[in-house]
Design a protein around this ligand. Structure first.
Ligand SMILES: [Zn+2]
Length: 186
């Protein structure tokens, strides 16, 4: 984690309401390997940069209603995935810029879910912000990762010469079939 991380706001046990009330900010970064689920989604073979995130709390004052607790989250990541076009590794940038409104409990979240435009989460004094970071990156991952431009295919000379020779020496199966072909006599 970033050494600048404020110890007043432990990201794994965040008091969300206090964070919003103080309009506090928090940021950190960790190498990809430190995020279990992101590592599982990733392919070995490409060096990935650290996952960087930042969060801001906000208390939105409402007329005649309780103040709303908001959290704004940005994440910058790049995940090594497998290109679905050429099947070689591709480093895919993943950007998250999301806002969440925190409500009192699960029942309120369920009740409001249909009408609310925003993402709703349940208030906690020990909210795991890092888990949310990971969730959001996974949600933002492309379903079908591809290179913008796939690397050029390997030149034929890179193919195992032994293998290529066998290919050319192998008799054409259709040639054998042709020998068996029965031509109708007229
Ligand atoms: Zn590709």
């Amino acid at each position: 984690m970033d050494s600048q991380t404020d110890t007043q706001w432990p990201p794994e046990q965040l008091d969300v309401k206090a964070f919003a009330r103080d309009a506090a900010q928090l940021q950190g970064q960790a190498p990809l390997q430190a995020w279990t689920r992101l590592s599982e989604e990733s392919q070995p073979g490409l060096q990935a940069p650290a996952v960087r995130w930042s969060a801001q709390g906000e208390l939105q004052v409402q007329d005649g209603a309780p103040d709303q607790v908001w959290l704004h989250l940005q994440v910058h990541a790049a995940l090594p995935l497998t290109c679905q076009r050429c099947l070689s590794p591709v480093l895919v940038p993943v950007e998250v810029d999301s806002s969440f409104r925190f409500v009192a409990d699960e029942a309120t979240a369920m009740a409001l879910d249909d009408e609310a435009q925003e993402d709703l989460l349940v208030l906690s004094r020990e909210f795991n912000l890092l888990e949310l970071v990971e969730d959001e990156v996974i949600l933002a991952m492309p379903l079908v990762p591809v290179h913008d431009e796939c690397p050029a295919p390997l030149p034929m000379s890179a193919v195992d010469p032994q293998f290529e020779q066998e290919l050319t020496e192998r008799p054409n199966p259709f040639a054998a079939l042709a020998g068996l072909k029965i031509t109708p006599s007229s």
